[in-house]
Design a protein around this ligand. Structure first.
Ligand code: SAM
Length: 224
């Protein structure tokens, strides 16, 4: 590929990304300027397989390896906005998948810890995040329903797979004032997204609407 072709490609991806931000995020109500900015900077085409690249800026979840998915851009933006990040937080993301959500979070906050139960996905996501320069992201392979006690407490915990109930370790690993964004509901028929906020040792719960995620599988999640 010549230099001018690769510049041309870059410009086309950039234009598609800006269009996605305007048509699917701003138009549908995402308002936080930092979230819109982060979404306009992360190259989603780098987080999908060559066959899926043409759909990178469609507002839909796409298949990745191991039967999992990269979340829909609107959902990623919605969860980031709901977490109310201002830039100085330590965040835990449960469900690394492709690494895309962690990349967006890395532009919104100081430190991101992301955990994935499938080792093959971790290898791919870690290589990608390093190659693309997202250096404040730490990737772990383990059951994310247990959280990451060795780096807790967190200002925010964002769970990108559907839980049966709120895993107890998240409450224990959340700072005062911290937020948990988590879909809870059916294993296969969709979930309700909740924001839990820790205030003086008590969790308050807000309903953020209906979503559909792959199941959160683990000790405090669905069994396999
Ligand atoms: N955030 C991801 C992205 O941007 O590509 C999308 C994640 S995908 C919707 C959900 C991921 O959660 C899957 O990769 C799945 O393997 C993972 N997962 C499910 N249960 C898990 C658990 N207990 N711990 C860690 N990851 C888990």
């Amino acid at each position: 590929m010549t230099e001018s072709t690769s510049n041309q490609d870059r410009n086309l991806w950039e234009a598609a990304r800006q269009k996605m931000v305007e048509n699917h995020l701003r138009f549908r109500g995402i308002r936080d300027p930092r979230v819109l900015e982060a979404m306009s900077r992360v190259p989603r085409e780098e987080f999908v397989s060559p066959e899926q690249k043409q759909y990178a800026y469609s507002d839909c979840a796409l298949p990745i390896d191991c039967g999992q998915t990269i979340s829909q851009p609107y959902t990623v933006a919605y969860m980031c906005e709901a977490a109310q990040l201002t830039g100085d937080e330590t965040v835990l993301e449960v469900g690394t998948g492709s690494g895309y959500g962690a990349a967006v979070l890395s532009l919104l906050t100081r430190e991101v810890h992301t955990i994935e139960r499938i080792p093959e996905l971790v290898t791919i996501a870690r290589e990608r995040l390093t190659r693309l320069g997202f250096s404040n992201v730490h990737v772990y392979t383990a059951d994310g329903t247990l959280g990451v006690p060795e780096v807790a407490p967190f200002d925010a915990i964002i769970v990108t797979a559907g839980a049966e109930t709120l895993p107890e370790p998240y409450t224990e690993q959340l700072k005062n004032g911290g937020r948990i964004i988590i879909p809870i509901g059916s294993e296969t028929m969709g979930q309700t997204m909740y924001r839990y906020t820790m205030i003086k040792g008590k969790l308050s719960q807000e309903n953020l609407g209906a979503f559909a995620f792959v199941p959160l599988i683990g000790e405090f999640g669905w069994s396999r």
